[in-house]
Design a protein around this ligand. Structure first.
Ligand code: FAD
Ligand code: ZN
Length: 450
């Protein structure tokens, strides 16, 4: 076919894999909901190649699905059989660390952990961190506006990009790789592409702001008796704990299961709520803060990590990777709503899910400091059987509480039916207008988000 010949001529044998050369990894992101392999997998190694490959596809109306590290959880990078997938995994590398401006300029396919390590080596903190750090790409982080573990201090991905370069559907390259924090020259295009999930353009390069490397970091695991105490501890930490960098909570069932799977003891009895409190300060400062919280009756017990390994143990329980193998087909929702309502949601959601699916595993955890809750559900009927009913129950409650059906993973295909629960018809119409202005032929990631 002429297009594939042209793409192969442009990108070379390693840059254009078609037919049975398309690797299995191109089928699905980590939601494992992808069914088809794309007709070809493009692997451009330069911005110029991305641009020219898009122009070729655009000319004949060929649909293109951008792919980063394939760790997404919303099906956003999954192709259909007649799509071409465009992987950024060969477009990698850090171009510059500007110490004075405290910025890093890098290519979109760079793995997050590589960026973090390079920043640390230069004496800075890369401001984005999430559990998929070893495989996800910074381009994917931008395209999904990834959140993660330290949003309470450093914000979402969009809050940390100063400059962006994007190839549009027709191959036009928009380069605005500025390093300034302040730039009010018209519409801020960065924010249009952050969170657009590959539907408006292909991110090729970015400038991230870097933060000072913390001189110290202290971590505690706290046991709390009620959600009211969780809220009071959060309010107190915001005021009294300098350098607060994470406030993550686990509801009892989540903590108990993941503690057992990790083979750790941590508290004699699983508390109603376990909170990881992390601050960029000395352990003594955290200790004093916790004594105050204990004195005020907010925490029932607390363990301050004495070593990096102990802190890692707390995070192992919180990240809960062992659950994925223990409960195959685990469904993970990411919702948000006003922080005061998270436990109301959790109670109502548990009750409704167990009424519909007796014997299901339902547990809650998340970035409570960012009003963001994850819901882990495993149904007795088998992997993903009934997932739509789970969504309907949980997202119906989210809508009633004025929340968002996706706090961080994005809409992709899996949450497309529920976009209207969190966005008004007028908002969705504005999104469609932006989409058709930037991609009038509709070749970029069709069927995703909208
Ligand atoms: P992919 O999965 O490859 O793609 C995601 C979306 O972005 C797709 O729509 C794709 O088309 C688009 N895309 C990818 N690259 C580009 C590009 N260069 N230009 C344009 N579009 C592009 N997410 C969070 O927000 N917070 C978390 O704490 C978090 N924790 C996670 C933990 C684990 C263990 C796992 C498996 C996932 C987690 N995620 C989390 C979800 C996921 O890691 C993020 O969404 C991540 O940002 C996706 O990056 P990726 O490179 O893997 O993108
Ligand atoms: Zn999360």
């Amino acid at each position: 076919m002429a297009l594939l010949d042209d793409l192969a001529a442009l990108l070379g044998p390693q840059g254009c894999l078609a037919g049975d050369r398309v690797p299995e990894a191109a089928r699905s992101d980590m939601s494992r909901s992808g069914r088809a392999l794309p007709r070809a997998l493009l692997r451009p190694a330069t911005v110029e190649e991305v641009s020219r490959a898009l122009a070729l596809c655009h000319a004949v109306g060929q649909t293109v699905v951008p792919q980063g590290g394939m760790t997404g959880l919303a099906g956003g990078a999954n192709p259909r059989a007649d799509d071409v997938a465009l992987s950024l995994q060969r477009l990698t590398g850090i171009e510059e660390i500007d110490r004075e401006a405290a910025t890093m300029t890098l290519k979109a396919g760079t793995v997050l952990q590589t960026a973090q390590e390079a920043a640390a080596e230069a004496g800075f903190l890369f401001p984005v961190d999430l559990g998929a750090r070893g495989s996800c790409t910074v381009g994917g982080n931008i395209a999904t506006n990834a959140g993660g573990l330290r949003v309470i201090r450093d914000g979402m991905t969009r809050d940390n990009i100063l400059g962006l370069e994007v190839a549009l559907a027709d191959g036009t390259v928009l380069t605005s790789l500025g390093k300034t924090v302040k730039n009010n020259t018209g519409y801020d295009l960065r924010h249009l592409f952050a969170g657009s999930e590959g539907t408006l353009g292909v991110v090729t390069r970015a400038v991230f702001r870097l933060r000072p490397l913390p001189r110290a970091r202290a971590t505690a695991l706290c046991a709390l008796a009620s959600y009211a105490d969780v809220l009071a501890l959060l309010a107190k930490a915001r005021v009294d704990l300098p350098g607060l960098s994470a406030f993550e909570a686990m509801w009892r069932d989540y903590f108990a299961l993941n503690r057992a799977l990790a083979g750790l003891r941590l508290f004699a009895e699983a508390p109603a709520f376990a909170v990881i409190l992390e601050a960029q300060t000395d352990a003594e400062v955290l200790q004093v803060f916790l004594e105050g919280a204990y004195g005020a009756g907010l925490v029932a017990d607390a363990l301050v990590a004495q070593t990096e390994a102990e802190a890692r143990d707390f995070w192992t329980v919180r990240e809960g990777h062992a659950m994925d193998t223990h409960l195959p087909g685990l469904i993970n929702l990411d919702v948000s709503m006003p922080v005061g309502r998270l436990d109301d949601f959790a109670r109502a959601c548990r009750e409704a899910l167990l009424a519909r699916f007796p014997g299901a595993h339902v547990s809650f955890f998340g970035h409570v400091g960012d009003s963001n809750l994850h819901v882990a559900v495993a149904l007795p009927g088998g992997p993903r059987d009934g997932a739509h009913a789970v969504d309907a129950i949980a997202y119906g409650l989210v809508r009633d509480l004025g929340g968002s059906v996706s706090a961080e993973h994005g809409i992709g295909t899996l949450k497309r039916d529920w976009l209207g629960h969190s966005r008004s018809p007028a908002e969705i119409a504005a999104m469609r207008a932006i989409k058709s202005a930037l991609d009038p032929e509709g070749i970029l990631n069709p069927g995703k988000v909208l």
